[in-house]
Write a protein that binds this ligand. Structure first.
Ligand code: ADP
Ligand code: ADP
Length: 229
């Protein structure tokens, strides 16, 4: 059964633009689900609806089998849906460990040793090394992106939405990110993944949904998708 699904979702902006015209999509647990489409196809709109930043004009979002209305800020994240955007804000003047646990609801007061140990365990799971005490301002673009992803993972989400995560990365950093995503996927985390790079989507995703003009034009296992070049 899907962990996340949208059914017959429509979005008409107040301007009159019909950004989504009856979109349905099912995201199965433990998969990397690619979402692609040309500029203006409706990807951002769908992502905003999935992460609760925007409401659909019609249709439903279903989370673990039940219709949800993520109309309150933070509701999606609370439920276990964590979004990482291209420009997820990090605080430059703070350390890696401070950024990773930033904003997480803590039940106890900040325990530096415990947080550091938790971060190192998380890094181990992801297969990525970071110095917990390093300032974020000192990090490469790729390392910053990993900090943003670790920040999402620190909340132990069921689904992680990665919106163009490799846009600013070097080829080497991209490979590192792929390896981490595959590793987490194999351990059960579900990803919704958007990218402009078709080769990357073909290599990384298990399932592909392609939008065009607010409609789903391809929705199938990635292995069954043929790409004409
Ligand atoms: P709604 O029609 O759901 O009320 P709005 O038109 O109020 O949506 O826009 C929602 C948000 O998207 C606003 O924060 C707005 O600044 C932003 N926005 C407006 N136009 C665009 C656009 N063309 N592309 C992306 N975001 C936009
Ligand atoms: P994509 O992410 O695939 O480029 P978008 O979801 O940003 O597509 O946009 C889909 C359509 O909706 C486009 O025609 C875009 O101009 C329009 N659009 C996006 N956001 C808004 C908004 N807030 N208000 C009005 N129109 C919008």
């Amino acid at each position: 059964a899907p962990v996340l699904a949208v059914r017959d979702v429509e979005k008409t902006y107040t301007s009159g633009t019909r950004a989504l015209r009856g979109v349905s999509m099912r995201v199965l647990p433990g998969t990397v689900h690619g979402l692609i489409g040309a500029n203006g196809a409706g990807k951002s709109t769908l992502i905003k609806i999935l992460s609760g930043w925007q409401q659909a004009s019609a249709g439903t979002v279903e989370w673990k089998g039940a219709a949800v209305d993520w109309s309150q800020p933070g509701q999606a994240l609370e439920a276990g849906m964590a979004a990482v955007h291209q420009h997820t804000p990090l605080v430059d003047a703070m350390t890696v460990v401070e950024n990773v646990f930033l904003g997480r609801r803590e039940t106890k007061r900040w325990d530096a040793a415990a947080r550091r140990a938790e971060l190192l365990a998380l890094c181990e799971r992801v297969g990525y090394e970071l110095d917990p005490g390093e300032l974020v301002s000192e990090l490469s673009v790729g390392a910053r992106q990993m900090v943003a992803i670790l920040q999402a993972l620190a909340r132990d989400p069921a689904v992680v939405l990665l919106d163009e995560p490799t846009a600013a990365l070097s080829p080497a950093e991209r490979e590192v990110l792929f390896r981490s995503v595959r590793r987490l996927r194999d351990a059960g985390t579900t990803f919704v993944y958007t990218s402009h790079f078709l080769d990357e989507v073909m290599a990384l995703t298990d399932h592909l949904t392609v939008l065009r003009d607010g409609l789903v034009v391809v929705d199938s296992p990635t292995a069954d998708v043929t790409v004409e070049s």
